[in-house]
Design a binder for this molecule. Structure first.
Ligand SMILES: Nc1ncnc2c1ncn2[C@@H]1O[C@H](COP(=O)(O)OP(=O)(O)OP(=O)(O)O)[C@@H](O)[C@H]1O
Length: 123
């Protein structure tokens, strides 16, 4: 029984990693957002951001990635339950896409607030 619980625990991680690899492989928007995360990691090292600034930048990047994954899951669920055109499905998908856009707008605003001082110094 104990062994089975352990297996289930590791299987849960395996399933979750499979989900992450699937979106990395198939979702263009997610790939762009992962690229943005790496650009931010480069900027964090380049401008030598402090711990608080680094944490905020990483949090907003991950919020966008999480929102994109939830949006993708919801889109796939919607396509599964309703493969045909349905205005209600359209609204559901628009709202989910809006959530990603909202997270991205927040990330850009926070990015401007944090990086502006470093960029001004650079020029
Ligand atoms: N079954 C449907 N019925 C009605 N409208 C739909 C349907 N499927 C998609 N739409 C409309 O098309 C838009 C794009 O949906 P789609 O599933 O193609 O997402 P996507 O372009 O792949 O999004 P993303 O770029 O986030 O992956 C939706 O936001 C919605 O307005």
């Amino acid at each position: 029984m104990k062994n089975l619980q352990k297996q289930n625990f590791f299987k849960t991680f395996e399933n979750a990693f499979t989900g992450i690899f699937l979106v990395i492989k198939k979702e263009r928007n997610f790939q762009i957002e992962i690229f943005a995360l790496f650009v931010n990691i480069f900027l964090i090292y380049y401008f030598e951001l402090n711990a608080a600034e680094t944490s905020i930048i990483l949090i907003v990047c991950f919020v966008v990635l999480v929102a994109e994954m939830l949006n993708t899951a919801l889109e796939k669920m919607a396509d599964f339950v309703e493969p045909n055109f349905n205005s209600k499905i359209g609204i559901i998908k628009d709202i989910a896409a809006g959530a990603v856009l909202m997270a991205a707008i927040g990330a850009v605003i926070i990015g401007i607030i944090i990086y502006q001082h470093y960029i001004m110094e650079f020029f």
